[in-house]
Design a protein around this ligand. Structure first.
Ligand SMILES: Nc1ncnc2c1ncn2[C@@H]1O[C@H](COP(=O)(O)OP(=O)(O)O)[C@@H](O)[C@H]1O
Ligand SMILES: [Mg+2]
Length: 312
């Protein structure tokens, strides 16, 4: 029964915006394409809707599924707002911009520019990995720069994965979904309890786990590895029991340069203390290679050819 997930209908008015259609659904939110009625601009709106504890009533309001969840829902909404506020203060070319946020239907709405392009997760699904070194650097160096800004401001993303990276034209990446963003200063260990198998390191699974900038670093390492192999790495709790993740340095020897394979292995260390400690540390080893002749467009062309021949 889709009742609890029901999206706002086409033509619905929320604040100054009119809904065109729903474009995505997640565990905590619904995403819509909408028009700003004031200026005709097309925008993307994220509606706070934690599906486990809330549903939409006949008046389109987001209400708890039972009275037991009233407090939870209010608390979640407050966090959504705090996080959006923090996000709005961040100015970075590779972090999705916040146009506005407002309260309506007893929930929160985040308004963003409608970014043209494609999702890295979807692209990877179609390509099945084997992305070139230059592509990987073009995407992840800016993403690490964006994360370095978050980390400098004592914030964590906590849900880095290919599905949360949008590729604008020319592969200019944009970090999305800062819904799990967690201000360290709040002193709680976890924000939205978001866990993504394969990308979340082991410390995100346990209440006593010490999350930190190194948690985002693991997720970046896992995302890069997915770009190479075309599949999500083994989930961290399974790795803890029996680690089947063969070091990239062995598994992908000669298909990628050593510096990149070493960076991936370093980032995917199970022991948080053995990883780069924040995005800046990983960025320092990758950024100098961005303009390497070795990882230039020429090698991308070569690797596309190799990919094609592998596919046959
Ligand atoms: N500003 C935007 N412009 C274009 N597409 C977007 C935008 N924000 C989100 N999306 C699309 O919606 C999907 C879900 O957005 P995301 O912020 O990751 O929310 P969720 O919490 O539901 O995962 C993204 O993968 C992307 O394809
Ligand atoms: Mg997402």
């Amino acid at each position: 029964m889709a009742v609890a997930r029901e999206t706002l209908p086409q033509g619905a008015q929320v604040g100054a915006y009119r809904i065109i259609k729903a474009i995505a659904k997640g565990g905590f939110s619904l995403i819509y394409l909408a028009t700003n009625e004031d200026n005709g601009e097309e925008v993307v709106i994220k509606e706070y809707m934690p599906k486990k504890i809330a549903r939409r009533d006949a008046d389109q309001r987001i209400v708890p599924i039972s009275a037991d969840y009233t407090e939870n829902l209010h608390h979640g909404r407050r966090l959504f707002f705090q996080e959006v506020k923090a996000l709005a203060s961040l100015q970075h070319p590779n972090i999705v911009r916040v146009n506005a946020f407002f309260l309506a239907n007893e929930t929160g709405y985040l308004v963003m520019p409608n970014e043209r392009g494609r999702n890295l997760g979807a692209y990877l699904h179609a390509r099945k990995g084997g992305l070139s070194t230059s592509f990987i650097l073009e995407v992840f160096v800016p993403i690490l720069d964006a994360l370095a800004l978050l980390h400098r401001q004592s914030m964590l993303h906590l849900d880095v994965k290919p599905g949360n990276i949008h590729l604008r034209h020319g592969n200019q990446p944009l970090l999305l979904d800062l819904g799990a963003v967690h201000p360290l200063s709040r002193g709680r260990l976890r924000g939205g309890q978001v866990i993504t198998a394969g990308y979340s390191p082991v410390e995100q699974y346990f209440r006593a786990g010490q999350v930190g900038p190194w948690t985002d670093v693991y997720a970046v390492g896992a995302s890069i590895r997915t770009c190479m192999e075309g599949r999500t790495p083994q989930p961290a709790p399974e790795r803890q029991k029996e680690d089947k993740v063969i070091p990239a340095k062995e598994a992908m020897k000669e298909r990628y340069p050593d510096f990149l394979l070493e960076a991936v292995d370093w980032s995917l260390s199970m022991d948080a203390a053995k990883r780069p400690q924040d995005a800046a540390e990983l960025l320092n080893v990758l950024a100098p290679h961005l303009d390497d002749p070795q990882s230039s467009r020429l090698s991308e062309a070569t690797s596309e050819l190799l990919d094609d021949s592998r596919a046959i």
